[in-house]
Design a protein around this ligand. Structure first.
Ligand SMILES: [Zn+2]
Length: 329
């Protein structure tokens, strides 16, 4: 359970930039304040002297409690004096300290012997920003998924259940799946016509799984095929990043299976990808507008039975949500 190395490197770079920017701002403010009120420098000299004194006392050893208490008071007095001087010169009292994005770790990313929450949040956000379709990912969460576009009229063909009831169950299943996801989770096959929320819910799963610290790769079937094709007909050896994204990610989401150009190459490549992940025990979520019979006709009996035999199949019902929103219906 880990994000890609490139995610950590990008997050580290963002943290370094944050810290450098804070230091730059502090220097700028310091020059500005010292010019307006040079006595600030005296207070700071006193603060620095206290620091040097502290080291001396600590090295000398013995009973230092009283000396340390007096020194601490001297230091606090100097800080207080600087704050008052700043205020007197028209600056906020914390003008020189309030430069960090995270005041807890002062943008170092560590707090004591732990990573600071700000850094963990930054890594998580970077992982999301690195997902293909990051803007769409942001919008498609369980919280933004609405059941009101699904009819609540009981359908005799569905044992008296309404589309809304079925979709409510699908949604609950997926939330549970995402909240309990591990790289050993089952693969999923989402089946249903266009506009029934398959992309939205697969991204909602991706969102939550990413939040929980797992590595997710998401793309349309066409995008994935293009990448595999480029790699195959390119340099020969398998690209390391492609290997990491498609074959090793904790969760792979293949959106809109069946809309891509199917050639003998994509047919073989898709089977190899799906099969290799299944053999490695890594889950894949596929969504498709095709029925199992159509899947078999487009791809092969081999791939279809591999998918149906290993995936939990979720059938989506309803009327095209996008058309309803657009008011065409
Ligand atoms: Zn922090």
């Amino acid at each position: 359970m880990a994000y890609k190395r490139s995610v950590y490197l990008k997050a580290k770079e963002a943290l370094d930039n944050r810290r450098a920017e804070a230091q730059r701002l502090q220097q700028q403010r310091h020059a500005e304040a010292a010019q307006a009120c040079p006595a600030i420098l005296d207070a700071e000299r006193e603060m620095a002297a206290c620091g040097a004194e502290l080291i001396k006392i600590a090295c000398a050893g013995g009973n230092t409690q009283e000396q340390l208490a007096a020194l601490s008071q001297r230091n606090l007095d100097a800080q207080q004096r600087r704050a008052e001087l700043l205020k007197g010169a028209g600056f906020p009292a914390d003008y020189l300290d309030n430069v960090y994005t995270c005041p807890i770790c002062k943008d170092t990313g560590t707090h004591g012997s732990y990573y600071c929450k700000c850094y963990l949040d930054l890594i998580r956000q970077t992982a999301k920003d690195c997902v293909k379709g990051a803007a769409q990912l942001k919008k498609c969460t369980f919280e933004t998924f609405s059941l009101r576009y699904y009819s609540d009229t009981p359908d005799p063909a569905l044992g008296g259940r309404s589309h809304r009831k079925i979709m409510e169950n699908v949604c609950a299943y997926l939330k549970h799946y995402a909240d309990n996801f591990t790289p050993g989770s089952k693969s999923l096959l989402m089946i249903g016509k266009t506009g029934l929320g398959k992309t939205h819910l697969s991204l909602a799963v991706a969102n939550r799984v990413l939040d929980r610290g797992f590595n997710v790769y998401y793309d349309s079937a066409q995008g994935i095929m293009d990448r595999l094709e480029k790699d195959h007909f390119g340099r020969g050896a398998r690209d390391e990043e492609l290997q990491e994204d498609l074959y090793q990610s904790d969760l792979l989401v293949i959106d809109d299976l069946g809309t891509e150009m199917v050639t003998s190459f994509t047919l073989a490549a898709l089977y190899q990808l799906v099969n290799e992940r299944i053999n490695d025990g890594l889950p894949t979520i596929c969504s498709t507008n095709l029925t199992p019979a159509e899947l078999e006709a487009v791809y092969s009996q081999r791939l279809t039975s591999r998918l149906l035999g290993t995936c939990d199949v979720l059938q989506f019902y309803g009327r095209d949500v996008r058309q309803q929103i657009a008011g065409k219906d």
